[in-house]
Design a protein around this ligand. Sequence first.
Ligand SMILES: [Zn+2]
Length: 163
Amino acid sequence: MFLKAPLKFDRISSRFTRQRFHPVQKVWKAHLGTDFAAPKGTPIMATADGVVQEARFKVFNGNFVKIKHNATYTTQYLHMSRIGKGMRPGARVSQGQVIGYVGATGLASGPHVCYRFWKNGVQVDALKQNVTINKALDRKYLAEFAHIIQPLQSRLEGMAMGE
Ligand SMILES: [Zn+2]
């Protein structure tokens, strides 16, 4: 079970798509992740329990952490300004644990986290996975939840592809 997003974000700046015009490289290419824009330094959380597979710097990814959750699911978080304390291959992480901080390292035009999601070794759209609710909500919070989620939901639904 996964958190819906790995951080408290301002907006989704780019969605998962097979075709988009890359803002930095200026070419059409697939974007196999979801970009959440947020101020530099915003904590990034593991969306589910797992084991760190990689935590390092790569030219395009910048500072990133990749987490294996089980035999089926793996997630990755790119462009961190800083990788979180204790993140190294083999380290256990729990859902909601801070694994790094938003930045623009690697190939990024501004501070955001590029969130990538693998299912059985294939990159899929994290927002379309049916596994994003982590816990049943206590009934007493239902009305408040519906109230908070409503504007966000219509905003998400109204968003055009290929931003
Ligand atoms: Zn991205």
